[in-house]
Design a protein around this ligand. Structure first.
Ligand SMILES: *Cc1c(COP(=O)(O)O)cnc(C)c1O
Length: 477
């Protein structure tokens, strides 16, 4: 399998080449030349596999340049019960993504049982092992520089801790994360993980990362990299759990199943779209957003108009507070029949502050052929729905999953199973959980007392030159 760019300006590349990179050289996103196809007979066989074996059966079709035995071993050491042990029922840990049946046709798929209690661990843990392997093979190193206000940074640190050839330098806004999030990151004692607590807001952290990346000579010399949401390795790892959720939820292999996904950068649900293109019988893909509803607008009107920071709201499902949905480009590439020049023109208009409208034909295809629907939620909705799920089913769900629950209720169909993706555990969002349930959320046994562990971080001014000097002192060339 070779990879091309959604904007058509790059020669086809191998998996290992795009794994470590961000944007393609022409500004587009990497995408496989075609999607592997599975028949119903093949799916019936795959339904019997354990999570790691299923992951290998799916991912091997996307990876030509890592020997099969090595790939299998990397996957096997990633998806273990010991790593995904934070679920409600520890006895289910070997399922990796167990399901909870709310009623006959409404199911939650637990994607957040990994070390940082959010679905990002599903992909990031594999990425850590793939990075270490590919870097060793190429004799290279990478220094990941990122900015975080919570989920992504901690998932990256837990994935890369102790990995050879990789250092992580993560900027976070001083005093702006919850005590739990701060403890999660700062309690890591691994030598290759550096937490930089920046005197400033999250935007200042992001600006520093941008500034450092603009200095091409510095970037090349110090081998600065990233693990952001457009990384193809993350998408491909996420495709697997749609198969797993389908097999767990479908009454018979071949039945149609709908999925509902709390969305921000469109990475999670983009993997669902790809699973569907591979022959998995997915009916609807329901996009759930919060008040930052740029995606809800797109799927309801066909107009995609990303917004400025001044129109980004801080909400109680903070990991979905996005102004633009980077991975949407991958779906729209398929929607326009893989016409790279058309796609490039559309995104040119996005990047110059406009946006685009798809045609009425494309709009109809998007909703009927590709099955996309959407729904937005407010804070009030989250509180009401967290309470409803607890009262009706005795299950605690987090505010992001609550956005999914609302959207799932709006679009569920008679006799079709709807799977709601659980993108975080309630333990991460104590304030909203207490508001909804008048009690603190359940916390996985292994994380009790997390806030009392010794913390390791360096405070730094919001100044790109100071951050560059900090990295230069610590990176052995
Ligand atoms: C990152 C995140 C999302 C959004 O996922 P995308 O892949 O960016 O659409 C939703 N919920 C939680 C808890 C997250 O951490």
């Amino acid at each position: 399998m070779k990879y091309i760019s959604t904007r058509g300006g790059v020669a086809a590349q191998q998996f290992s080449d795009i794994l470590l990179g961000g944007l393609m050289a022409d500004g587009g996103l990497s995408i496989p030349e075609s999607y592997p196809q599975f028949s119903t007979e093949q799916l019936a066989e795959m339904a019997k596999l354990s999570y790691p074996d299923l992951a290998f059966a799916v991912i091997r079709h996307f990876v030509d340049d890592i020997p099969a035995d090595d790939l299998k071993a990397l996957i096997a050491k990633t998806y273990t019960a010991a790593v995904y042990c934070n679920g409600r029922n520890p006895a289910d840990a070997d399922q990796i993504t167990p399901i909870i049946k709310l009623d006959d046709t409404l199911v939650i798929q637990e994607l957040s049982n990994g070390p940082t209690l959010a679905f990002k661990d599903m992909a990031m843990q594999l990425l850590g092992n793939l990075f270490e392997y590919v870097l060793a093979a190429k004799g290279e190193q990478v220094n990941i520089l990122g900015a975080t206000s919570g989920d992504t940074g901690s998932a990256a640190e837990y994935a890369m801790r102790g990995k050879k050839g990789v250092n992580v330098f993560m900027l976070s806004p001083f005093g702006k994360m919850s005590p739990f999030q701060r403890a999660q990151m700062f309690s890591l004692q691994d030598e290759n993980i550096y937490n930089l607590s920046v005197h400033g807001f999250f935007d200042a952290c992001q600006d520093i990362v941008k500034d450092v990346n603009k200095d091409a000579a510095y970037k090349a010399k110090y081998k600065i990299g990233a693990v952001n949401s457009i990384n193809w390795g993350r998408i491909v790892a996420q495709v697997v759990y749609y198969f797993k959720g389908y097999f767990a939820a479908a009454k018979n292999v071949g039945d149609v199943v709908d999925f509902c996904v709390p969305s921000g950068n469109f990475g999670n649900i983009c993997a669902g779209h790809i699973a569907r293109q591979m022959g998995l019988p997915i009916g609807q893909l329901v996009v759930a957003t919060n008040e930052n509803d740029v995606l809800d607008e797109f799927f309801k009107t066909g107009g995609y108009h990303p917004r400025g920071l001044d129109r980004t709201y801080e909400t109680s499902s903070p990991s979905m507070d996005i102004t633009k949905a980077s991975n949407l480009e991958r779906f729209v590439f398929d929607l326009v029949g893989r016409d790279a020049s058309k796609l490039a023109a559309m995104w040119k208009s996005v990047e110059t502050g406009g946006g685009f409208e798809i045609s009425p034909t494309e709009f109809a295809q998007m909703r009927d052929e590709y099955g996309f629907k959407s729904e937005a939620s407010t804070h009030e909705d989250r509180v009401v729905n967290i309470r409803e799920v607890f009262e009706k089913f005795s299950v605690q769900i987090d505010p992001h999953t609550a956005d999914g629950y609302k959207a799932a209720k709006a679009h569920r169909r008679n006799d079709v199973v709807m799977v709601i993706m659980e993108t975080a555990l309630p333990a991460k969002f104590e304030t909203t959980m207490v508001e909804a349930l008048n009690q603190p959320p359940a916390r996985p046994a292994g994380l009790v007392g997390l806030e009392d562990l010794p913390q390791r971080f360096d405070a730094i001014e919001a100044d790109a030159a100071k951050v560059k000097a900090y990295l230069a002192e610590r990176i052995a060339l």
